[in-house]
Design a protein around this ligand. Structure first.
Ligand SMILES: [Zn+2]
Ligand SMILES: [Zn+2]
Length: 299
């Protein structure tokens, strides 16, 4: 069957993104706790535009690899609505695996760190996206689904729907939602925890649309109203320069890996080990920070 001409959900949604950011800006005037900073928002919007440009310029690389593998797919699922639904759920699991990897391996973190670099948490933060997804080869995570038989075009479509879903959860304007929704779906409350830099909240809630993956795989942490989320990176960037936001971690990898006197293992650990790895113990990984917090809170 011919590949259908699918629309681009995220591009169609751009006017909606802008309208909702404007609504949140108005709400922020009347509700304390919702924070916008003009330079931060401008940086986030620039990162969003750059992400689209990167997709247009380099998206063919990942798509090309997946199309080469597509003939080896096990099943022919067709293009029915049931296939789209199954594809969405399995791709959401793919997103969980990718996203968790992006937080525990510096090579993938170098691209994903962009999304966490704002110290604010508002709808514009959702648009703060990477410029280097091709460089960090995130398309590799889609290979299992292509080998199962899903078409790369369908995978791109459902991933865009997933990205669209994740837009509205980047807000402090919505508290906790009714229990069944919080139980199944990723929500503003769950994703606030994911963006928090408080030690107790680190490395949690990797979900895209369905929070069930975090609950299943033991990475779920609920938001505790007695400990408000503080946002951004463990070590915050002191810049709104989009190029530095996009590339700083890659520069860090390059400077660490070319240090004198390291073993091959140490060099590999600087590239693929956890963010915060250091051969001399001069930095801390999020696991170390979390263990320190746990030891302190037991006292
Ligand atoms: Zn993340
Ligand atoms: Zn986010």
């Amino acid at each position: 069957m011919d590949v259908p001409d699918l629309p681009s959900p995220t591009q169609l949604a751009i006017p909606g993104f802008i309208a909702l950011i404007l609504v949140e800006l108005v709400v922020a005037r009347f509700v304390s706790g919702i924070r916008y900073e003009a330079t931060d928002t401008l940086a986030s919007l620039t990162m969003g535009v750059g992400n689209v440009v990167e997709g247009l310029l380099l998206g063919f690389v990942g798509y090309g690899v997946l199309m080469l593998l597509h003939p080896f797919g096990l099943f022919d699922f067709g293009w029915g609505i049931g296939t789209f639904a199954l594809c969405f759920v399995l791709d959401d699991l793919r997103y969980y695996v990718y996203h968790r990897t992006a937080h525990v391996s510096r090579f993938f973190w170098a691209a994903h760190v962009t999304h966490h670099s704002s110290q604010h948490y508002n709808l514009s933060t959702a648009l703060r996206q990477t410029w280097t997804s091709t460089l960090s080869a995130t398309f590799l995570f889609r290979i299992p689904l292509v080998l199962l038989g899903f078409h790369p075009v369908m995978l791109g479509f459902v991933a865009a729907l997933n990205a669209l879903y994740q837009f509205w959860i980047h807000t402090e304007a919505i508290g906790k939602l009714p229990g069944p929704i919080e139980a199944i779906f990723n929500t503003p409350s769950h994703h606030r925890v994911h963006h928090a830099r408080n030690a107790r909240y680190l490395d949690a809630n990797y979900a895209g649309t369905l929070i069930i993956w975090d609950r299943l795989f033991g990475t779920f942490i609920p938001e505790d109203e007695t400990e408000p989320c503080r946002y951004g990176l463990v070590k915050n960037l002191a810049t709104f320069n989009p190029v530095r936001i996009a590339l700083h971690e890659w520069v860090g990898i390059a400077s660490d890996v070319t240090r004198r006197g390291l073993s091959l293992w140490q060099r590999l650990a600087y590239v693929f080990g956890p963010p915060g790895y250091s051969h001399d113990g001069s930095r801390k990984t999020s696991r170390m920070l979390k263990e320190e917090w746990a030891a302190q809170s037991e006292r």
